[in-house]
Each structure stands twice: as C-alpha cells, then as structure tokens.
Design a protein around this ligand. Structure first.
Ligand code: IPM
Ligand code: MN
Length: 371
C-alpha cells in the first residue's frame, strides 16, 4: 500500500517520540512491502517561531494532501501567558476543526507487564480494555469566547448540535459491536442542557444497535468509577472536555501517560497522536517514552486495514515492556535505555521478531546487536 503521511512533530519531546514512530513505520514498510512517504511540517510553538502562526497554511495544505497525519506534541511554556490565537495549542485545535476530525479514539489498556506501575491495585486493573470516544470539534472548546476589555469577566460557551452528537455516537456504537457491546455515555445531564441533548440523541441512536447495552454516568461519578472499577467500561462515549479529562485520568491505569495513543478521525482525514503533552522539561534528554507515539502509528495502520502490521507493532511494544526495554518513567530495569533505543528495539523486533526473541533472555543493553 502507498501512504502519504504528513508528519507534524511539534514541540518539546514531540520530535523525538515521532522519530521513533517513523522508525516503526519504516520497518513495517520494509517488511510488508508498503510505500510510506513522509512530509514534515511545523505546528505549535515551533511554527509560531518560524512563521508567526501555530498552524501555517502550508502545514494545513500538507495535511489535506496526505492520507494520514502523524502528530507529536504541542506546547511551550514560553507561550503560557500568550493571548488568543498565538498559543501553540491553537494550532492543534484549528487543525482538528479544519480537517473535521470529530472523533477522538483513545484506547486504554492495562499491560500485564506494567500492572506494578499503576498506583491502582492490580486486581482492579488487570484486564482493563477501554475505548474512549471523545467528541473533538465541538462543545466548550469551540463555542464563542469572550473576555471583557477590562478583564473583569470571561465566558466560554458550550454548544452541541444533534448532528455533532450523532456522528461520533455512531462510531462508538459500531466499535462496541466488535467489542464487549457496551457503551457508557458520560455527561452531566443533571445540570447541563447540552448533556441532556446528548442523552436524548444517543438514546435514539442506541435503537439501531439493539445488541449494545447503553449506560449513562454523570462525569463526576465516572471520574470515581474509572479508579474504583475500570473493568466495568467497554466503550466510553463523551463530549470534548469531559473526554479530555477522563482520558488523562484513565491513563493512570496503564501505568504511564507515555503509553496512550489516539486516533482523531473525520469523514476525510485522520490524525494519529499520543495523548501526552510536549513535556518541555524532558526535551532532548532521551527520557521521553516513545511508546504512545509508536502505538499511534499502529492505530494509523489499523485505520487503513493493515491489521497484521498494526498487530506486529503492538507485539513489539509488549515485548519491550516485558523485557524492560523502556524509558525511566517505567522504571530502570536496564541502564541507559533512551527514547531512541526503545525505537530501535521496536524497529528491530518488527524486522526480525523470532530472531530477536531468541536473544532477549541474555540481553546486554548497549552491546546486543538488537539494540
Ligand atoms: C489533548 C490535549 C489538547 C486538548 C490540548 C493540547 C489543546 O490536552 O489532546 O488531550 O485539550 O484537547
Ligand atoms: Mn488532554
């Protein structure tokens, strides 16, 4: 398969983790005879520095002309107090809106090898497998924003239309059909009009998926349930801001936020990005966990129906976790495992899974041929 991929590494650790995702994709291309071409483009703080805007037209054009977008991370503390459109994050929000990426899919899994790493008790998280469907181009993120000239008042409007709710809900129900057939709608319908509209619209849609059980949960309760009993969740469907918050919370189950990938999809375009931020303090130190970026590349392949390829990346990731070939956020089983070495390991596994397997038991980091 030929795929044109726009690569937007962004800020902070974005470039270094994205590089590892590209290594994985290159290894896949080689192994499975695909042609993946990459076009790099600026977004976020780096784009502000270079072109005075967080999303240059050139970048947007590049994305529109591509089959998929691989995104790193965005944000730089030097713009923390910047106003309005000049914030790096605005680049990502605009990109989501312009490309119509209305559904953000965030899988949350407890990896067996990492159960120790979660602050949650093992018996609570073992076997957790959740897919969060977060609406991505509506709600309070995109409603009218106002600040009084004298700074004494500010407002963010939260709006949803039935169409906006329905399109992401359909995707969530379809996903549930091939999973454990349960959708939990997370909202605040006891207080918010928009949430009441979500309940009404989603209840209607559920009628077309009679095999899928639909449950409702207020977001405050959902936040608690995510920690108390995460195994109860299969597909979680929610609006933009609740999804942002709940998915960060859910990342604790996996043991590190550096493990969670995501796919943002619309009718025409698809973007793949780790859910973590730009972690500016770690930039260039080789300590950033590239697995979320690498798993995002796996989601990209899945999106194009390349299931064996996607699976092989996941296997490689599981192997690296099992062997402790991981960055320090997941402990230091071996010394000196950098972001780049994790990427090399994953690419090596892809090129030679059985051979690498053979060497794994006596691995000497830094000396082994597979590193
Ligand atoms: C995310 C991020 C973004 C969001 C920021 C960077 C605008 O936190 O993708 O979850 O809030 O959606
Ligand atoms: Mn977030």
């Amino acid at each position: 398969m030929k795929l044109k991929i726009a690569v937007l590494p962004g800020d902070g650790i974005g470039p270094e983790v994205t590089e590892q995702a590209m290594k994985a994709l290159n290894a896949i291309a080689l192994e499975f005879n695909h042609q993946f071409s990459f076009k790099m483009a600026d977004v976020g703080a780096i784009a502000i520095d270079n072109s005075k805007t967080p999303l240059p037209d050139k970048t947007l054009e590049e994305c529109k002309a591509s089959d998929a977008i691989l995104f790193g991370a965005i944000g730089d503390p030097k713009y923390d107090n910047a106003e309005g459109d000049i914030r790096p994050e605005q680049g990502l929000l605009k990109l989501r809106k312009e490309l119509g990426l209305f559904a953000n899919i965030r899988p949350v899994k407890a990896f067996e090898a990492l159960l120790e790493f979660s602050p949650l008790k093992k018996h609570l998280i073992r076997g957790v497998d959740i897919s969060i469907y977060r609406e991505l181009t509506g709600g309070i993120y995109f409603g009218k924003k106002e600040t009084a000239a004298d700074g004494s008042y500010a407002s963010d409007l939260c709006e949803y239309s039935v169409t906006e709710i329905e399109r992401v809900a359909h995707l969530a129900f379809k996903a549930a059909m091939s999973r454990r057939k349960k959708v939990t709608l997370v909202d605040k319908a006891n207080v918010l009009e928009t949430s009441r509209l979500w309940r009404k619209s989603v209840t209607e849609i559920a009628k077309s998926y009679p095999e899928v059980a639909l449950e409702f949960l207020y977001v405050d309760n959902a936040a608690m349930q995510m920690i108390l009993n995460p195994k109860q969740f299969d597909v979680v469907l929610t609006e933009n801001m609740f999804g942002d918050i709940i998915s960060d919370e859910a990342s604790v189950i996996g043991g590190s936020i550096g493990l969670l990938p995501s796919a943002s999809v619309g009718e025409k375009h698809a973007l793949f990005e780790p859910i973590h931020g730009s972690y500016p303090q770690a930039t260039g130190q080789g300590i950033a966990n590239p697995l979320a970026a690498i798993l995002s590349a796996s989601m990209l392949l899945e999106h194009y129906g390349l299931y064996d390829e996607a699976e092989l990346i996941k296997e490689a990731v599981e192997k690296s976790l099992k062997l402790g070939i991981t960055t320090p956020d997941l402990g230091t089983k071996h010394e000196g495992i950098t972001t780049s070495k994790v990427g090399d390991f994953i690419a090596d596994f892809i090129s030679n899974p059985s051979d690498s397997n053979h060497n794994f038991s006596n691995i000497h980091i830094g000396q082994s041929t597979i590193i």
